[in-house]
Structure formats: C-alpha cells, structure tokens
Write a protein that binds this ligand. Structure first.
Ligand code: NAI
Ligand code: MG
Length: 356
C-alpha cells in the first residue's frame, strides 16, 4: 500500500505529522513517501505542483494531503499560487467526488456554535462535485468592459459550467452513498437563476429515477444555507456543485464544533483518493503547535476505508478519536471549560495511545 504524503504549508506539516504517526502505530505495512506541495514546493522547485510531486501522487494508492497556502504568496501570478496545487491535483487525477461527512461527536455537542439539541447526533454527508463549475470553467480573466453598467471600466469574469456527464457521475455517487445510509438525497442548486444549475437539477431528477429506493428532493442553495443552521439533522446526503459545496461544507463544519474536526475524501473513477482535512493552512496559528490534528487523522481513517480497503483499521482510528474526546482532551479550537487543553503533538500521542 503506497501512500503519497503531501504536507504542504502552514499547519499542514504539523497535522500531517500526527496522522502519519497514527498510521505508523497500526500494525499494517505502508510505503510512505513525502513530497513538497504548494508554497513549500514553490520555494524549492519554483512551482506549487512540481512534476515529481504529481507523479508520486498519480502512482500512489492514496494521497494524504495537509493544506496549502499562505498570505505571503498572494502577490504571485495565479498559476504559481499554492492553492493551484490542490486544484491541479484534483484536475490531473480526475478527483471529482468529494465526500465531507459532518458528524457531531457526542462530547462536542457543546462546542458547536448551535444549540446542543440542534446538533446532538448530527451525521450528514456533503458530497461536493470537485472538478467542474466556476472554479475550472473557461473563459476567465480580466478585460476592459465594452458593455454592462460601466463600459470602459476594468472587469473580471469567470465561467460557471457543467456538462451532463459530469453531473451524471456525481449523481450516481450521491445516490449510491444514500443507499448505504438513510436513503435520502438533497440536491442543492440555484436553478431559479442559473442555467448551469437548471441542467444540474434536470440531470439529478433523471438519474434519481434509476434509484427508486432513494428519496430525492431539491433545494436552492440560499435556503440550504439557512436550513443547515436551522434544522441540520433533517439532511442526510446533500449533493451539490463545486462552489456551493465549498461554502456549505465550511458552514457545516461549525455544526461539528470546529473545522478542525472535518475530514474529507476526494475520489476518482479508478478508486484512487486524496484525503485531506476540510480546512486550509491556517497561517494565523501555523508554527505554534496548537492546530487540531483530528480532521487529518480522521481523513487517514477515510483513506484506510475507501482506498486501502482496511475498514477495521479505519474503525480503530475513529474509535480512538472518540476515546480521546471522551477523556476530555481538547485542542484550543474545541476547548471548553472543564476539559483539558492539549497541543497538536499531545493530541496525536493520545490518539496513538487510544488505539490500544
Ligand atoms: P483556514 O481553514 O486555513 O482557517 C480558517 C480559520 O480556522 C482560521 O482561524 C484557522 O486558525 C482555523 N483553523 C483551521 N484549521 C484549524 C485546525 N486544524 N485547528 C485549529 N484551527 C483551525 O482558512 P483561511 O484562513 O481562509 O485560509 C488560509 C489559507 O489556506 C489560504 O491561503 C487558503 O487559500 C488556504 N486554503 C487551502 C485549502 C486546501 O489546502 N485544501 C482549503 C482552504 C483554504
Ligand atoms: Mg473551503
């Protein structure tokens, strides 16, 4: 089992080190190889996704990814910015299906910014399409406007687009995931305004007919954003496009207590996967050793389950995470009175210990 380890920037290196520690504590044989990505790769190779890093990722069974980005690269041309590494990996490897389970662990019911009764027992799955939409659509750029409200002014433009097959394949992923859960899919769109999402809604409805055991409903994204904080438990599987999924999954992270708790898996049609926390490189706390490593450790568990076919090992990690939370150990982002504050390394050590 070959794992490409790409820590990246900021807290990426700190949290990935803890996930690697946990993987090494399992009695499984992994071949792990580390490569620079993002700003770290720009520093050594002049590019956020060097050829050698991409090759390592493509040849691995799975990729464990930290995070990329730092304010100090904001002035670079867009193709050289750290964030292009994660977009480039998703695109080059066709990682179109992004799974973001938002689970509120019993012990963190009070860490959420919502009332405990709204999030207690929460277990929803956000499935975000990851290789299309306005993040990748061409054309894009800047120009001098020749029409619109201010002809002659500088303007910028991006293109939102989805093709039928792109929507079909993510629809199948969502319906099949729902079959293993409570058999409900909510497709989130903006079909009332955007043609792209009218096609999305039409295709979701068509594919839904192939899954008569799954109930499908549609919701506009603005309403979905509201319902997620009003009555989050009424969702089960929520499927949406790249940009809406980006925003809604960050919103959903707050239901779980902290974005530091939210793992993710990004899969392609060959079963390869990239596993990363849903958060970014958190430059505001990088280097302080206080980041929550649990989202990354839980991402490693998803990697064991989805790409490496080691479900028992995945269960062991997830149970160990529950155990350390039950022991009252908390990093700063999930700390509350009466619990014990620990740093990144202490949290990783505690998970290793709880593996038994
Ligand atoms: P962010 O997710 O890095 O941070 C948002 C807030 O959450 C910050 O206050 C941060 O301290 C906190 N936070 C995040 N992860 C945490 C953890 N594990 N433990 C404790 N607190 C945590 O998002 P932000 O600040 O918008 O972006 C920072 C950089 O990360 C940017 O360069 C951005 O482009 C990049 N980014 C990269 C992603 C990736 O690599 N996949 C995803 C999102 C952002
Ligand atoms: Mg995001």
């Amino acid at each position: 089992m070959k794992i490409a380890v790409l820590p990246g920037d900021g807290i990426g290196t700190e949290i990935v080190a803890e996930a690697v520690k946990v993987l090494n504590a399992l009695d499984l044989k992994f071949e792990m190889e580390t490569a620079p990505v993002g700003g770290a790769a720009y520093e050594v190779a002049g590019h956020p996704l060097p050829e050698s890093t991409l090759k390592l990722a493509q040849e691995a069974d799975a990729i464990l990814f930290g995070a990329v980005g730092d304010w100090k690269y904001d002035k670079l041309d867009r193709p050289l910015r750290p964030e292009q590494a994660i977009l480039g990996l998703r695109k080059a490897m066709g990682l179109f299906a992004n799974f973001r389970p938002a689970i509120c662990y019993e012990q963190l019911t009070h860490a959420s910014s919502l009332k405990p009764e709204l999030v207690a027992g929460l277990d929803i799955l956000i499935i975000r399409e990851l290789t299309g939409d306005i993040y990748f659509g061409q054309p894009r750029g800047r120009r001098i406007a020749t029409d619109g409200h201010f002809p002659g002014a500088e303007e910028a433009f991006d293109t939102m687009r989805y093709s039928r097959p792109e929507i079909e394949r993510i629809a199948h992923v969502a319906f099949q995931a729902a079959q293993k859960r409570s058999k409900r899919v909510t497709s989130v769109d903006k079909a009332n305004v955007l043609e792209t999402f009218q096609l999305w809604k039409d295709v979701m409805t068509e594919i839904g007919q192939q899954y008569p055991d799954v109930a499908l409903d549609h919701m506009y994204v603005d309403n979905a954003a509201m319902q997620l904080v009003k009555e989050p438990k009424k969702f089960d599987v929520l499927v949406t496009g790249n940009m809406f999924g980006d925003i809604l999954s960050d919103e959903a992270s707050m239901l779980t207590g902290s974005i530091g708790m939210l793992p993710s898996a990004s899969l392609n049609s060959k079963g390869q996967g990239l596993y990363e926390p849903s958060h970014g490189s958190a430059p505001d706390i990088a280097g302080k050793g206080i980041a929550n490593p649990l989202a990354t450790i839980l991402s490693a568990a998803m990697m064991l389950r989805f790409s490496l076919k080691q479900p028992e090992a995945a269960d062991r990690i997830e149970n160990a995470v529950k155990a350390v939370l039950a022991q009252g150990l908390r990093t700063g982002d999930i700390y509350s009175e009466g619990t014990t504050k620990v740093n990144t390394v202490q949290m990783g050590d505690a998970v290793v210990k709880a593996l038994g």
